[in-house]
Design a protein around this ligand. Structure first.
Ligand code: ADP
Ligand code: MG
Length: 702
């Protein structure tokens, strides 16, 4: 549309005004005409279907009835309020209809011998259904209207409803907005794209999405608007990618074989998997290319990403650079530090750990060694990216478990050297292809799609409280074999008190069933000090304790190969990818491992799918796809920062085909006219700038 018109402040639209305008801004974040037109109906009511009174079953949907009124009379409620009540009937039964105002109009309108179409949402009270202020229309009139109208239903709020902006009211002002810009629309997609993909015009699309005359119109409108939304996202992704690859020169790692070779021949405790070898080759190609590496390494839990990271860091060290590795939790950073120091033992490579609880003296020493270049590898938490930490010559930064870090933090790492270091981002949450393409469009993607040999899938079972004794028996038999067990409780902030209570209760029950001195426990939760956590963790890692009771802090990364059982309490409260992550803590050694999902008896349908999926498959990618279907992309790592949550109509989970199609279209537009300078692309450029004006950071930060 015409861009000046698009920016028309909401109060200038007929029927809005200052008061409603302010509420629309506050309640629905609608500031301009353009925002209003993007407030799409969340569903449509089919006015072509009729119900009978006897098949009213729910208060969930609006329905339409045909019938007559048997009676209509005024009365008073117990608290003295006047009401008007009518009895509406058809062949199958009758329902009460109530009004609280407008009595005269209604009494004049309703004739007992006439047939009416009643439309509204049923109420359920005292065991019967009824209607309050439904829409009524004489049947003969109703029939004259086009029979196929799909009526839009808009989300609104109580405050808006109070000023007349219920769904119908919103529909009315949208109609006025459409009126205002009638004939003044401007195409924003390149004409070639519109024609090539047989899209309807913008004007038609907005008209049909709000006021479809048929299912077919609605489908066409949806396709066009989804296309448009995804297309501009893809343009932004393509641009970012080009920007990154053109502007960022990268350090060239010239000599990468000194320590790496020694490590490979003398230290490597096992053969690399083919997938690890392939990924290392990809990384080597990047760091010797002269361009900055921005690579995402996806690999299921336990696929051996740490080893890849370590070898990449050795390449940096061999080439005379420093490297760092950032982990999301203190425990995980410690564990990486331990593993890596052990693996590098005997090599002239200095490794240090920096976290929030590193003592001042040690911290000073680390800063000194970083600056004079004598520290080669620094491992830590986000303490690493604090401004006080400066490197002599940082060449590679590894970020483990990406989803815990924001885009901004990645940006901070870039600034740790005069020229940005190579970046390797690792994630154990496999991201479905379409999402990766869009979300990390600026990153190259490597996948470790192979687990080290000898891993057996973790056998997963679902049990309820009724099986508690058998579960304890099973745990005892595993402990008797020398194995260790995790028991995990959910802990979320909103219900923290209750959760802590459940945790304490759980620990008590466990201690009763597994008494000292035969059994030893470790307990770790987020509220403990880092020292206490580390101590408890240590006891478990060393095999002193048999059972580790924890909240979700162990979710990421911890590696104890002797642990073979993962018991997840209240498993229905965890998301699917979280469950998969937790399960990944076991099945790391040679022994057969188990994951036991304990739930209550009643499960929501989503929870059922999650549990069922976990019991059926160990495939992280399949799980990620299902997770995306269940939750939408909004909750998945990183999407919050990316602007993708603002998507109004397209859905990355269900519109995967369109994601691909729009990506191809955006790429070919880029090839044809990389900066959109051709006159025929000017509207697209302007619209792009309009869309991304407010989120400049998204366009800039990788
Ligand atoms: P993740 O990818 O989840 O970070 P880790 O790097 O922690 O996985 O590796 C999981 C376990 O697998 C570790 O105990 C590691 O030593 C082991 N491992 C890694 N690579 C191999 C390999 N090629 N062969 C055998 N074991 C391996
Ligand atoms: Mg890991």
């Amino acid at each position: 549309m015409n861009f000046e018109l698009a920016h028309t402040p909401i109060e200038y639209i007929k029927g809005v005004g200052p008061k409603r305008g302010e509420l629309l801004r506050k309640e629905l974040n609608i500031h301009t005409l353009d925002d209003l037109l993007h407030h799409f109906p969340f569903r449509y009511v089919d006015r072509t279907t009729f119900h009978t009174i006897s098949d009213i079953k729910t208060t969930e949907v609006d329905i339409q009835l045909i019938g007559k009124f048997k009676s209509i009379q005024e009365s008073k409620t117990k608290n003295g309020r006047r009401i008007l009540t009518g009895l509406f009937y058809d062949d199958t039964g009758s329902v009460e209809v109530t009004w609280f105002q407008g009595f005269k109009l209604i009494k004049d309108y309703i004739k007992l011998d006439k047939t009416y179409v009643l439309f509204g949402r049923p109420n359920y009270f005292n065991g019967t259904f009824s209607f309050i202020h439904p829409e009524l229309e004489e049947k003969s009139n109703a029939e004259q209207q086009v029979a196929s109208v799909l009526q839009p239903v808009y989300s609104t709020t109580e405050k808006l409803t109070a000023v007349g902006l219920h769904s119908k009211g919103i529909s009315k002002i949208i109609q006025n907005a459409l009126e205002l810009i009638k004939g003044k629309w401007q195409e924003v997609l390149p004409l070639k794209v519109v024609e090539g993909h047989q899209l309807i015009s913008r004007e038609e699309a907005f008209l049909y999405i709000h006021f479809p005359q048929s299912e077919e119109q609605l489908q066409k409108a949806r396709k066009r608007l989804k296309f448009e939304e995804l297309f501009f996202i893809q343009i932004s992704v393509v641009w970012q990618k080009m920007l990154v690859s053109q502007n960022n020169k990268g350090f060239i790692f010239r000599e990468i074989h000194n320590h790496l070779r020694t490590f490979y021949h003398q230290k490597l405790p096992y053969k690399l998997t083919n997938a690890q070898i392939r990924v290392l080759r990809e990384i080597r190609a990047d760091v010797t290319s002269g361009k900055q590496m921005n690579r995402l390494l996806q690999g299921d839990v336990g696929s051996g990403k740490t080893l890849v990271a370590l070898q990449a860091m050795l390449m940096a060290v061999d080439a005379g650079f420093q490297a760092c590795m950032m982990a999301p939790t203190e425990i995980l950073a410690q564990q990486h530090y331990q593993t890596i120091s052990e693996m590098l033992f005997g090599l002239p490579v200095n490794v240090k750990l920096l976290t929030g609880s590193t003592k001042t003296a040690e911290r000073r020493e680390i800063h000194r060694m970083l600056e004079d270049g004598s520290l080669h590898i620094l491992i830590g938490t986000h303490a690493l990216i604090e401004d006080t930490v400066s490197f002599n010559n940082l060449g590679l930064a590894v970020i483990d478990e990406q989803h815990r870090f924001g885009v901004e933090q990645r940006g901070k790492l870039w600034k740790k050297n005069t020229q940005p270091p190579h970046i390797l981002v690792m994630t154990a949450t496999p991201i479905p292809r379409t999402l990766a393409m869009t979300l990390y469009g600026d990153l190259e993607v490597s996948v470790i799609d192979e687990l080290p040999p000898g891993r057996k899938p973790v056998a997963t079972y679902h049990v309820t409280e009724a099986h508690r004794l058998r579960l304890f028996g099973f745990m005892k038999s595993e402990i008797a074999k020398g194995r260790q067990i995790y028991v995990v409780y959910p802990l979320i902030e909103e219900s923290e008190k209750l959760d802590l209570l459940a945790l304490e209760q759980g620990i008590e029950n466990l201690q009763r069933a597994f008494p000292l001195p035969d059994y030893q426990f470790s307990v770790v939760h987020g509220r403990m000090s880092p020292e206490d956590k580390a101590h408890e963790m240590e006891r478990f890692v060393k095999g002193i304790s048999n059972i580790m009771v924890a909240t979700t802090v162990i979710e990421v990364g911890v590696n104890v190969p002797n642990a073979t059982v993962m018991v997840i309490e209240n498993a229905e409260r965890f998301g699917l990818s979280q469950l998969h992550q937790l399960r990944g803590r076991v099945g790391r050694g040679a022994e057969k491992s188990y994951c036991i999902l304990v739930t209550g008896n009643k499960l929501s349908s989503d929870a059922k799918v999650r549990i069922e999926t976990m019991c059926r498959t160990n495939d992280g990618f399949e799980i990620a796809e299902i997770d995306l279907q269940l939750r939408g992309p909004g909750d998945i790592m990183g999407t919050r920062q990316s602007g993708l949550v603002n998507m109004k109509i397209a859905n990355l989970a269900t519109d995967q085909h369109l994601v691909q199609v729009t990506r191809d279209a955006a790429l070919s537009l880029y090839k044809d006219d990389p900066k959109l300078t051709k006159p025929e692309h000017r509207p697209s450029l302007l619209y792009y700038q309009h869309l991304y004006a407010s989120s400049a950071s998204y366009a800039k930060i990788s």
